[in-house]
Design a protein around this ligand. Structure first.
Ligand code: NAD
Length: 252
């Protein structure tokens, strides 16, 4: 039977790259996303309009999955928002709460509702999209870094609780991924520091041993591996797909 894979924030960016990679591997894919227009643009995929930080919406999503699929083999808890860019003393509480609510709260709710379904089947794989910010910290991005450290802790705990039921959990930590999200992050960081976007961009590239931005496909390939039988004893791991972070913050 084809793997049944749910991907949150699957209508664009890394999540859409995951959706396409799982499709190519023969899986059945269901994406959940808060952006109706983005969902509409990928209407060939089964999709639901869901804000992952809203428990009622997440509960309704999993009820629909139970009804239509009868179970879930793979959860890609991928949704996360960048949060405000500011020094800690300037971080607004509402921005902190909003970032934590989606990035950590959304991962929590997705795992909470996937767990009983996977436990009933005695199998499953949860893959959390974390970040290198969750390994090193991230100047000017305290809410985001704190949320991603939280995602790693959530993943470790879920792996311990669910391992005895045949369920694995892992976190992928992408380095900076090419695309509109990173362009926005770079522009905001440049404005906050009073330097050019080009200087910030060059700093991101210089931060990895491989001197490269990451692509969504790089991250998706790791997710497909982690969901596969080849990874049957890989659980509780924080795995960077970042070209090896050599210096977490070489930027001006
Ligand atoms: P993105 O900003 O391109 O957004 C992807 C999708 O997330 C969008 O379609 C958006 O509608 C959806 N989304 C936003 N809030 C949502 C919510 N509350 N509920 C459901 N969907 C929501 O993001 P991306 O760059 O593809 O990032 C995906 C994940 O990867 C995030 O967790 C992010 O933190 C992480 N990440 C990204 C990078 C990067 O450089 N882009 C690096 C490391 C980690």
């Amino acid at each position: 039977m084809a793997q049944r894979v749910l991907i949150t924030a699957g209508a664009s960016g890394i999540g859409l790259a995951m959706a396409r990679a799982f499709e190519a591997a023969g899986a059945e894919v269901w994406i959940a996303d808060a952006d109706a227009a983005a969902l509409g643009a990928v209407s060939d995929l089964r999709g639901s309009h869901v804000d992952v930080s809203d428990e009622d919406q997440v509960a309704a999503l999993f009820a629909a999955i139970a009804e239509i699929w009868g179970g879930l083999d793979v959860l890609c808890a991928n949704a996360g928002t960048a949060g405000p860019t500011a020094l800690i003393e300037d971080q607004p509480l509402d921005g902190w709460n909003a970032c934590l609510g989606v990035t950590l709260g959304g991962a929590f709710l997705s795992a909470k509702y996937a767990a009983p379904m996977m436990k009933a089947a005695g199998a499953g794989a949860m893959i959390f999209t974390s970040s290198t910010a969750g390994q090193y910290g991230f100047p000017n991005r305290a809410p985001y870094a704190a949320a991603k450290w939280g995602v790693n802790g959530l993943m470790k705990t879920v792996a311990m609780e669910l391992g005895p039921y045949g369920i694995r959990a892992n976190a992928i930590c992408p380095g900076p991924v090419e695309g509109p999200r990173m362009d926005g992050v770079i522009d905001r960081e440049a404005a906050a520091k009073g330097v050019s976007p080009e200087a910030i961009r060059a700093g991101y590239v210089a931060g990895s041993s491989m001197r490269s931005f990451v692509t969504g496909a790089d991250v998706a390939a790791m997710a497909v591996f982690l969901a596969s039988p080849a990874a049957r004893l890989v659980s509780g791991q924080i795995i960077a797909v970042d070209g090896h972070t050599e210096n977490p913050d070489p930027k001006p």
